[in-house]
Design a protein around this ligand. Structure first.
Ligand SMILES: [Zn+2]
Length: 72
C-alpha cells in the first residue's frame, strides 16, 4: 500500500477528468454489483431494465470522460 507516491501533476491538470473517472468507476462498480446480485440478470442472458439503465449511465460517462479529438 505504499505505491501512492506518484506525482499528481498529470491529474492536477485535469480535475474534471479525475471527477469523471471517479464517477465512471462508481457507475461500473454499481453495474457489476447489480449483475452479480440481481436474480433476473443471473437467470436471464438478457439484462433487466435496471441493468440496462446502469449500463447506459456508464456508457454516457465513458463518452463524457473520453477526450474528444479536435474538440478543443
Ligand atoms: Zn438486473
Amino acid at each position: 500500500m505504499q505505491s501512492l507516491n506518484r506525482p499528481q501533476s498529470s491529474l492536477a491538470t485535469r480535475p474534471h477528468s479525475l471527477e469523471q473517472a471517479q464517477s465512471l468507476e462508481q457507475a461500473r462498480a454499481e453495474y457489476e454489483a447489480h449483475t452479480r446480485g440481481c436474480r433476473q440478470c443471473l437467470a436471464d442472458t438478457v439484462p433487466c431494465a435496471a441493468a440496462k439503465h446502469l449500463r447506459r449511465v456508464y456508457n454516457n460517462l465513458t463518452r463524457a470522460a473520453r477526450p474528444r479529438p479536435g474538440g478543443r
